[in-house]
Design a protein around this ligand. Structure first.
Ligand code: ATP
Ligand code: MG
Length: 546
């Protein structure tokens, strides 16, 4: 029975069409265990779309007791750099996955690929074409028009072998010859019209240096690398659907010659992640960095994993997100708010509560003696009593949020305005006496018997409850308030950037935050989740609002 993507997905163990295929193959004995791979091209930093693919591939291996390989698809010498390899390794580890000993490079297989290509030439299944790139394009035909055979298509295997060897050694300039598979120029599938297997490139490769003067195409290298590694299920995004017959053609031809072992890997396509308010394409991300719209690959607004990390997003949040959105067979857009919800849910569980005043306004309690101080207890997490409580110093001069005071209260406003009472969280009830414009200060009086936790304190019925910091004890710090990078849900270009995506504010923080370590995460009460910046722990980045 062929696995299908129809809705038989109620079985908890096979909750999506890929799991159904995997379980079918394991149950039927096609494979004894699962072997997947994540195959990034080291030409950029990983983005949120890659996180989906990583969680999918490593998640399948984990759930079915198999392994997932990390394979660098480093077939393109010009664009690839060690910096990207290192950052990809970091990012996959950060997401919580482990490839064990299975870290590979497509360039590890250059020798074998070359041997395989020679075998295809010997069997009349590949040939060296000496048309120019432009002529090849003209011969390829279109979606509605068949292709035409190259005049070099029937040159002898021996001649092709000789030319291929000279190409490899660097005896010809770039573009003078290519190696092509001999499949079918009349095929309705353009990918099967004698696709290119090797191009001449006089370029240094980050791992093989100058050893090669020809480099394999993606279609040639990718599937064969999968088969060499005995990958069982090769998951890729939908745009490769039309490449699948070619993927199978290469592997079948090599398996029938005994060069690859069966069972061969099965390519399965799934919908790529499209996320609103960001752009997930390396080309766009490079443009954002190069043109200075952001401060680098790890700018907290970037939809890269290094950016997410600085932003304070968590690996658990990404894994939760990947679970929640699942995998589908058709492209769609996922709301950015779903990702934010996943982060919030996880941060709510792990982030201790702290007090920060983001837009400070001075408040003086006129009937509280100068020099007097006392300690108020505040919980580190309201739902987790075992996380304990900490002491907050209370004194005559406080910082409150500017928006917690109004000269003239708008309708439904329960915070401070002349004559109104509020509770200072975990401390006293105060009543506003007035606001002094010259010193930009709110004046209040306090009710001694209203202190939280003391008998009778709850006889004070107030509707507002605001946070505060003792001015003498709080310290000033920089906080960066990040918002969505693009202003439109489905951005079309950099013209759609959100000009207000980053605001730097000078704030007051409770004393304990002086000791925050890089990447430590907190909830600033009433404001959202924040993280101590990786590069400078005295600065806090807003991860997400509450
Ligand atoms: P981009 O489209 O941003 O240039 P890419 O596909 O070129 O990305 P690769 O390094 O080739 O990037 O991708 C590595 C793996 O990640 C591939 O298996 C690819 O299918 C997968 N991948 C890339 N983008 C997405 C996405 N938006 N959603 C899901 N998977 C993705
Ligand atoms: Mg790609």
């Amino acid at each position: 029975m062929a696995p299908s993507s129809s809705k038989t997905a109620n079985a908890p163990s096979a909750s999506n069409f890929i799991r159904q295929i995997v379980e079918h193959d394991l149950a039927g004995g096609k494979h004894k265990s699962v072997r997947t791979r994540f195959p990034p091209e080291p030409n950029g930093y990983l983005h949120f779309g890659h996180a989906k693919s990583i969680c999918l591939n490593f998640g399948l291996a984990r759930d079915y007791g198999g392994v997932c390989h990390l394979r660098f698809d480093d077939t393109n010498p010009a664009k690839e750099e060690q910096e990207y390899v290192d950052s990809i390794i970091d990012a996959v580890r950060w997401l919580g996955f482990d490839w064990g000993e299975h870290r590979y490079f497509a360039s590890d297989y250059f020798d074998r690929l070359y041997g395989f290509a020679r075998n295809l030439v010997e069997r009349g299944l590949a040939y060296v074409d000496s048309l120019t790139a432009e002529e090849i394009r003209a011969h390829r035909g279109t979606l509605t028009e068949h292709g035409r055979n190259s005049p070099y298509r029937d040159r002898s295997s021996q001649e092709s072998l000789d030319l291929l060897e000279k190409m490899r050694k660097g005896e010809f300039p770039d573009g003078s010859h290519v190696l092509r598979a001999k499949i079918n120029m009349q095929s309705g599938n353009i990918n099967l019209r004698d696709p290119v297997m090797y191009r001449i490139r006089h370029a240094e490769h980050h791992r093989t240096g100058g050893a090669w003067r020809i480099y394999p195409s993606y279609d040639w290298a990718h599937g064969v690398s999968d088969a060499i590694e005995r990958i069982t299920h090769s998951l890729c995004t939908l745009e490769f659907e039309d490449h699948r017959p070619l993927y199978d053609w290469f592997n079948e031809r090599l398996a029938e010659a005994g060069l690859l072992e069966r069972p061969l890997p099965q390519q399965i396509e799934f919908a790529r992640l499209n996320l609103t308010y960001v752009m997930l394409s390396k080309r766009r991300l490079i443009q954002l960095v190069d043109e200075g719209h952001v401060e680098g690959w790890d700018d907290p607004r970037m939809p890269t994993l290094v950016g997410a990390r600085r932003r304070g997003y968590t690996p658990e949040g990404f894994r939760r997100f990947a679970e929640r959105i699942g995998v589908a067979k058709a492209d769609s857009w996922i709301e950015f708010s779903i990702l934010e919800d996943c982060m919030r849910e996880h941060l709510n569980e792990i982030a201790p509560r702290r007090i920060a005043v983001l837009d400070p306004l001075k408040l003086v309690i006129d009937n509280y003696p100068e020099g007097r101080e006392e300690l108020c207890e505040t919980p580190n997490h309201p739902q987790k009593p075992d996380w304990g409580r900490r002491q907050a110093s209370f004194s005559r001069e406080l910082w409150i949020e500017r928006e917690d005071y109004a000269d003239v209260p708008p309708k439904g406003y329960f915070r401070l305005y002349p004559g109104n009472r509020v509770r200072l969280r975990y401390a006293y009830v105060i009543e506003c006496i007035g606001y002094d414009k010259d010193t930009d200060t709110v004046h209040c009086k306090l009710f001694e018997d209203s202190r939280s936790g003391t008998p009778g304190a709850d006889t004070y019925k107030v509707k507002g409850n605001i946070h505060w910091l003792s001015a003498k004890h709080a310290h000033a710090a920089e906080v960066r308030l990040y918002d969505r990078l693009f202003a439109t849900p489905q951005p079309e270009g950099l013209g759609d950037l959100n000009p207000g995506s980053k605001k730097i504010v000078s704030v007051r923080l409770e004393p304990s935050l002086r000791e925050a370590k890089a990447e430590e995460r907190f909830q600033f009460e009433r404001h959202g989740y924040f993280v101590a910046d990786r590069a400078d722990a005295s600065v806090f980045n807003r991860t997400v609002t509450l």
